[in-house]
Design a protein around this ligand. Structure first.
Ligand code: ATP
Ligand code: MG
Length: 353
């Protein structure tokens, strides 16, 4: 999707990705090699800038590029955001509130951690979690010991449960000159730990929207971001925001910017990476997105029925369908939020079969 957004700007992408079925092979020059492949990295070093849509690239790969080509976001931002405990500390240092948490390196630390977060919490691996993987809800010491074993006994954080009224997210792009542009405050609904749908505008107040932008700006400046990142927030009933986590890249909740009118998050990311002028990438129309998850054999969704709903556009990733895997999304636009929501309900019903 980044490569597709780059094309109209006169920009072509080179993608280093070991998966032979990488979706980008269809619209970019695909270097099918390990992230640490010397020839592949050489080719990337010859580009105008390098960015990522996957933050778990090995440090050796980014280290090999550093100083040779602008890396946006920088290795320093990636270092902070790929590790939950480091990320939380750096968010707090930038003035953002985070959930109560404790770092777990040894089983012996679980008891104190559990009482610190109020006896109930979510144990999350510090690295490599996504779509709710690498997490477990715990409500007793026995629970948390078993969960920590199941998670592999690796470095974790135990987070207190946040009583949020809604989840929202916001993208921010920052250019090499420090200029900022903001994406939409999208409202997100998860199902089974996986993002189900995002809607813009969120039901949050204007004051909360302003807070989200101020926090994103504060973190972008404090971390000296160049490129695009997305903050996930828990909104409390008071309208206060707690930062859940940060993605140093375009985000699933920003996919709705492809069809709501205006600049998409993908174009914003390309512009920020290349130092092109930035503009806010908030959609011009109410819009939403429903994720398409891989289906069971013989249960492919009725695409024709989805296409017939006005205001919908399908985005398929050309990935093999596996149950639970994100293989595409449907964007929905409408002239009012109610119209968007009823169209999204219809799409969701068709996707659920
Ligand atoms: P993703 O890849 O979808 O961003 P992830 O695996 O990185 O997910 P998180 O964002 O940490 O995981 O958590 C996934 C979801 O679980 C959150 O969006 C939220 O719905 C719920 N959740 C996580 N942490 C908490 C918490 N401390 N309190 C309440 N709910 C939480
Ligand atoms: Mg998340």
């Amino acid at each position: 999707m980044l490569s597709l957004a780059a094309l109209p700007l006169g920009v072509r992408c080179v993608v280093l990705e070991p998966d032979p079925l990488a979706p980008a092979r269809l619209c970019a020059e695909h270097l099918r090699a390990a992230y640490t492949d010397a020839a592949g990295l050489e080719r990337l070093a010859a580009c105008d800038a390098v960015t990522l849509e996957f933050e778990n690239v090995p440090v050796e790969a980014t280290a090999a590029l550093e100083g040779r080509v602008p890396l946006r976001p920088s290795p320093a931002v990636l270092h902070l955001s790929k590790h939950r405990a480091r990320e939380k500390a750096a968010l707090a240092a930038a003035g953002a509130r985070v959930a109560p948490y404790a770092v777990i390196e040894y089983a012996g630390e679980l008891a104190a951690a559990l009482s610190r977060v109020g006896g109930v919490g979510i144990l999350k691996t510090s690295e490599l979690g996504y779509d709710g993987k690498g997490q477990a809800r715990v409500s007793s010491l026995d629970d948390s010991r078993a969960a920590w074993e199941r998670l592999g006994g690796v470095s974790c954080v135990l987070e207190g449960l946040v009583p949020f009224v809604r989840e929202v997210s916001l993208g921010v792009a920052r250019g090499p000159d420090g200029s900022l542009a903001f994406g939409p405050l999208a409202q997100n609904v998860h199902r089974d730990g996986i993002l189900r749908r995002s809607v813009f505008p969120a039901a949050s107040s204007a004051a909360t929207h302003g807070r989200a932008r101020a926090l994103a700006a504060a973190v972008a400046h404090a971390w000296d971001l160049t490129g695009l990142m997305t903050l996930e927030f828990f909104e409390l009933s008071s309208g206060e925001l707690i930062v859940n986590e940060l993605a140093p890249r375009v985000h699933n909740s920003g996919h709705l910017t492809q069809d709501g009118g205006g600049v998409s998050q993908f174009e914003a990311a390309v512009r920020a990476a290349l130092g092109l002028p930035l503009a806010d990438f908030e959609p011009l129309l109410p819009c939403g997105m429903v994720n398409i998850l891989g289906w069971q054999e013989g249960r492919e969704p009725d695409w024709d029925a989805i296409d017939r709903i006005p205001g919908t556009r399908r985005h398929l990733y050309h990935k093999a369908s596996r149950p639970g895997r994100k293989v595409g999304h449907v964007n929905v636009v409408g002239s009012s939020i109610d119209e968007v929501l009823s169209r999204m309900d219809a799409v969701e019903a068709l996707l659920d079969g």
